[in-house]
Design a protein around this ligand. Sequence first.
Ligand code: NAI
Length: 683
Amino acid sequence: MTGPVRLSLAGGIAHVVIDNPPVNVTSEAVRAGLMQAFDTVEAQGADRVILTGAGKAFVAGADAREFSSAPRPPHLPDVVARIEAFPVPVVAAINGVALGGGLELALACHARVAAPSASLGLPEVTLGVVPGAGGTQRLPRLIGLGPALTMIAQGSSVSAGEALSLGLVDAVDEDVVAAAQTLPLPDRLPTGSLPAPLGDEAALAAARAGAARRMPGQVAPIRAIELVAAACHLPLNEGLAMERATFLALKTSDQAAALRHVFFAERAAMAQTRKGEGAEIASAVVVGGGTMGAAIAYALSSVGIAVAMVETDAAGIERAQGNVGRLHADAVSRGKMSAETAARRMAERYTWHVGYGDLPPADIAVEAVFEDLAVKAGVFAALDASLPEMTILATNTSYLDVDRLAGTVRAPERFIGLHFFSPAHVMKLLEVIRAQTTSPATLATAMRLAGRLGKIPVLAGVCDGFIGNRILTRYRQTCDIMLLEGALPWQVDAAMRGFGMAMGPYEVQDLSGLDIAYANRKRLGWRTKAGFRYVPIADRIVEETGRLGRKTGAGWYDYGGKAGRPAAIVERIVVEESARAGIARRAFADSEIVERATTAMIEEGWRILDEGIAATPSDIDLVLVHGYAFPRWRGGPMHYAQALGLETVRARIAAYADEDPLSWGVPAALDRAIERNTCGEAA
Ligand code: NAI
């Protein structure tokens, strides 16, 4: 047999090996190959069939290239049915990941052995669909309703050990194929013929509540829960039919399209980390051990990089050690690291330095000191004087001009921005800021480092706020103007949460502190900026009331207990500013708030593309989804714009520009995209 499924028959045992590198996805050729292999085994006769995967994976799921096309035969449910009804026992030798369709194949087998490194799961809901080849019906029959709900509704995987204790696999063994050959097989029913799982209303209610909390607004988890519930009372065939119909309907849904878009964007970003001739980083200097510096140091040390931490004085070092120590203690308390490992890392991977006199040579130096151009330039001058010329110099600035900083060092081709997001050891997004002078080699090394840190890197050019903070600034400014015209902060927050943002813009400011944005507005000179609609509300809150957000117990909201309450003083300032601007306040519908705020993000996104700050719309989507809690199931602002229709978006921007030409205008890149799309359709 040629093709991605190999068959060998010896001593009454048939080995069916799925060999479709890199991860044995269930492509059309694999499905056809499996059908053919089982036909051959049936014709030639065998006592037992072992189904396994070549290489490191069993089967990692469906073929992403087939995601958006109509399914082609043979369909996976038919392959699964063929295996389940096979006249001799089929044993799955799960040599590595068994995800999605891979686990569904294994569930159809009559017994399962897993390698200790295997992980098993049904992650379909994370792509906006449900399992489509029996997963929702067979898994609860095998392991019971509660555990199946957890795996299917959350899309979470279990380890081989967990799978064993759940009864999902019969044995765990280093040599899965040998174990599958000798595993005793008492008479047992195929998974699909096992009794229906016992219903459990409390477990279903908890799963629904969990889905609403973890994946709010998303349809697939709710549907998946309904399907698992149906397994309790529907005969297998009816349950399978309902599952297939749900799967096919969801596959073409807007949410699935958006989630697939983000999935592909992530893959493309991660592919950047493997391109070019990047050097391997073995040692780093981190300057500033505050919130960001400590977490960056922790992330670097976690992948084996030696870190030399620099602060200005002994007290700074003590604070930095406290910050880094706390991150290790957190990891220990969450069971991610043993206390011994934590202690050894602290002792062996870090050195602590007041100033630059005794710095060891390093491959990269990352600066995370106060957000002040002069302070940062001083740091780079000191680094330049103390480190070898080959050291890459990186700034973690949120807004400042990376080109100007690059211009102050002796090897500007080795200068780059690495804009981590807080908490830097957790957040996956990394904006990689290319200065005019940054060399391809420096960029490749930074990308390679990003890959090693497990980040999703997005390349950005130099402008105030790069991609993410620039769009954030525009979004907030647009919301502030709506306050002036009649909306209130709590209404804006609720509307944006209704759209799917994790938090509204004012809640976020209260969390991060009003002083940060205040300092930024000052730096940009908004109060006196010509050709710009300055809204004084936030500045007045800071200057007149000293309310800086949660850390001072009050900001846009009052915080007596935990939840924020609308603040009368904020409402008074808002209303006063409307009057001062001569604006008659009017009611805003939530939909109007959402439309204007999202359109502002989209318009700014097109400007960012116009200026070459971002390379692709998908990159902008990644930044907003991963850095700013834009709902993943809407695909990011640029995908959302595509889904709305670019013509519609353009018309909205044009209408806003008629009302407020200082704030709005149709970006040229949007017009070009519309032209391309129209031409594409005509061709
Ligand atoms: P932070 O105030 O927590 O930490 C700054 C640290 O730098 C302090 O420990 C301070 O002692 C030290 N420091 C100041 N001047 C120094 C100098 N000349 N030499 C050595 N150490 C010095 O500030 P945070 O939040 O960690 O921010 C640092 C940088 O990261 C800023 O540029 C900020 O814009 C950027 N950033 C912050 C994010 C955040 O969410 N906090 C997110 C992304 C970037």
